[in-house]
Design a protein around this ligand. Structure first.
Ligand code: PNS
Length: 162
């Protein structure tokens, strides 16, 4: 059984993430989309909201599940028998950011990170989506419908953080 992990903050999941997760699913028997905590990032959506958006957005992808983890990513991967970690890269800046984490994870565990070069949505990030939506821009072509609905509801409520 080849099982891949697609870890991230997913605040919120975008169409770019969905592209990478779908392609990862084509390479493996199973994919677990892993929501981790990044202490360097304040999130707009709570963990439960992000899980709900991911679960709804990925409902059409067979063999893809959503899970959360605490602690080190590689500890989760070892206990859950994950074959490799998958990350999407949109360009050199993403690789700069991801390379030390991939190296550290490999040093800690021997688990490789596979980088998939984004084919579409290279201009799309969770932060840009939030910024555009916050100023009233239309992000329907950039995120799955459940994410657009959640974003619109959140912004209408006037609450900016979780
Ligand atoms: O989407 P992000 O914010 O780049 O996701 C980063 C995340 C959550 C995948 C990363 O910070 C992570 O793996 N955190 C868990 C703690 C850990 O293993 N840290 C060492 C990474 S080398």
């Amino acid at each position: 059984m080849r099982r891949l992990a697609c870890p991230g903050s997913y605040d919120p999941v975008t169409n770019g993430h969905v592209e990478i997760i779908g392609r990862a699913a084509g390479l493996a028997d199973g994919v677990v989309v892993l929501l981790g905590r990044n202490p360097g990032k304040a999130t707009m959506f709570s963990l439960d909201e992000r899980v709900a958006m991911l679960t709804e957005s990925l409902a059409g992808l067979a063999a893809v599940s959503v899970a959360t983890f605490d602690g080190l990513l590689v500890d989760y991967c070892r206990t859950q028998r994950i074959t490799a970690i998958v990350k999407g890269v949109r360009g050199p800046a993403d690789l700069e950011y991801e390379a030390p984490m991939a190296q550290m994870n490999a040093t800690l565990s021997g688990i490789d990170t596979i980088f998939l070069l984004a084919r579409e949505f290279r201009h799309v990030s969770s932060s840009l989506v939030k910024e555009v939506a916050t100023y009233g821009g239309d992000v329907r072509s950039l995120v799955p419908p459940p994410v657009n609905a959640t974003l619109v509801a959140r912004l209408r409520s006037g609450v900016r953080g979780q």
